[in-house]
Design a binder for this molecule. Structure first.
Ligand code: FMN
Length: 211
């Protein structure tokens, strides 16, 4: 079947205003947990889009590590392409796609740095090999060969032999605030349900959008 012929009918239960929770953060967590229960491979994966120095959108997948009223926390190298983009312009969006459930969520907000305490605690919880990787890989820089990277890993392993691996100063958490958030539920005949919440002071308001 060619990709132009590929068509899935979304026979799912609809989403109505009554199904919405007053706080969309609770609904986002519920949808994440339902995606996990439905067997989504990495239900916390989201496409994070930021703006490059020409104002061009740039998206890549990262893993959400916490979702709360404060926002969505993820971790990365702060000298990477995304790190440099965020330092210049904090506006960003995140898009989750849970295709088993015919669902997607998109968030708009701005990104702040997570505290050193939060970043340290998360870094300390990572497997040692990932901690070594954070030191060894100059994320987003051009490198020569795979061998170069493997040699760098061996050097770092030797450097920290017998000790805990500290968090690199250029690596840490980011928190994307949830300023507006849209929930999309696929429905038959492409007449999907869409609800967008936006924040009005301390209160969230939701509107239905045409599919
Ligand atoms: C499933 C998946 C999860 C990922 N999780 C992260 C992550 O949490 N943090 C991260 O920095 N990169 C993660 N990556 C790699 C990024 O997509 C990207 O390659 C990397 O961050 C460099 O992006 P940049 O050059 O725009 O900074 C993940 C990739 C995939 C496919």
């Amino acid at each position: 079947m060619g990709i132009s012929d590929r068509r899935l009918q979304y026979e799912t239960d609809g989403l109505d205003l009554d199904d919405l929770l007053p706080n969309p953060v609770d609904l986002l967590i519920r949808w994440h947990d339902q995606a996990e229960a439905a067997g989504a491979a990495e239900p916390n994966a989201m496409v994070l889009s930021t703006l490059n120095e020409d104002g061009h959108p740039d998206g890549r997948v990262v893993l959400a590590r916490d979702i709360s009223d404060v926002g969505i926390t993820f971790y990365s190298n702060r000298e990477s392409a995304k790190g440099q983009q965020i330092a210049r312009d904090q506006r960003a969006s995140a898009t989750f796609a849970w295709l088993q459930l015919h669902r997607s969520v998109r968030v708009q907000g701005s990104i702040a740095l997570a505290s050193d305490e939060v970043s340290d605690a998360y870094f300390a919880s990572r497997p040692r090999s990932s901690q070594i990787g954070a030191w060894a890989s100059p994320q987003s820089e051009v490198i020569g060969t795979r061998l170069e990277l493997d040699e760098r890993v061996a050097e770092i392993e030797e450097q920290f032999d017998g000790q805990d691996v500290p968090r690199p100063p250029y690596w840490g958490g980011y928190i994307l605030s949830i300023d507006s958030i849209e929930f999309w539920q696929g429905r038959p005949s492409r007449l999907h349900d869409r609800f967008r919440y936006s924040r009005h002071g301390n209160v969230w308001r939701a509107v239905r959008l045409a599919p």
